[in-house]
Design a protein around this ligand. Sequence first.
Ligand code: PLP
Length: 428
Amino acid sequence: NTGRPVVADLDAAALTTLHATLLDEYAALQARGLRLDITRGKPSPEQLDLAQPLLGLPGEDDFRAADGTDTRNYGGLAGLPELRAIYADLLGIPVEQLLASGTSSLTVMFDVLAYAFLFGRDGSPQPWGREEKVRWICPVPGYDRHFAMLEHLGIEMVTVDQTPDGPDVEAIARLVADDPTIKGLWLVPTYSNPGGETTSAEVAARLAAMPAAAPDFTVLWDNAYAVHHLTDDESKAVDVLGLAAASGHPDRFVVFASTSKVTFAGAGVAFLAGSPSTVAWYLRHLAFGSIGPDKVNHLRHVRFLRDADGVRAHMHRHREILEPKFGAVLDTLDARLGGTGTATWNTPRGGYFVSLDVVDGTARRVVELAREAGIALTPAGASFPYGHDPRDRNIRIAPTFPPVDEIRVAIDGLATCVLLAAVEQRLS
Ligand code: PLP
């Protein structure tokens, strides 16, 4: 019991009194002339500083890979073997099935979809671009850029709910069972964006085994936050390629990861993994668009990260920077909104976001109130396909970039807006 009133239980008189108090509080907030931004899911400068030695690597005389390859020259489409070995170890994937690529995993995801549209996957009856309709399952809330990519390609999105163990696997099984237009599913299996859920081994096994009407049903397994832990309760990578092979659907999953939030976001390395035939399919098409990736950047990353334990130790230093920031969000939400019945939120064990659900029908109003008080929030609905949150309740909070004191002020101001919007709605 926090001693704070549950807004839904207040009578008209109490609501009017609370409304007046909140209006005063909001006016004071506006008078502060804040300019705060909690929209950006990107690493802070201090996090980027952790990888500063990369700028001096591999160094003027260091350009040979372990096998003697001159990394300055063309070739090696699959990426530098020793860097692939590090991520193969981290993700529990055989090194032959994992490629190191350019700087953005999002680009690799788009390439995979573009190849499927132009040429089809190995098991496709025809290129996806020739299909009358292509539909895709999107767990919500989810990553806005995933949805924007599908929208750009004209793929129709069908939503399923995220649960604490991953996407609603029963709903997915029903959708894929007899609808061949459903070609795929997005999934952020570890510390998802924005809800922080990790897909359990059981859900992964079910996804691997479920019968699908489309012979080329594809799960894009975007493990962007595979090593981005915030607590000692660390999620482990599920061997989803092994599960898929054992279930008779070896090509179902395409796995992605990157060092965007390990080293530099924009100058890191992206990875793709899949069955041997998926990897061959990808390279076959890629070979027309590239003679080889930036192996100097790959070598730089090998020198800096050294091995899987090197990555783990490095990620621990990220955690030391991020823990207080997430703590500031959670403490402030709890202090201001706990017990009021106006919001629920997750306590992430990793990743980059806190997902806040406010009273149904008020998220857009909260974002508007915050904006007018100088606090930039991600647009309400951003975590849903077409920007449409059917319950208008979800707000994504990105605490990694701003300093801790700014986060406290921003979340405190946000809480005032959440309460004010909830009371306004009851009075309307
Ligand atoms: N996937 C997810 C789930 C993300 O949240 C992000 C960035 O926010 C990305 C991919 C982007 O990855 P990259 O920088 O490798 O393109």
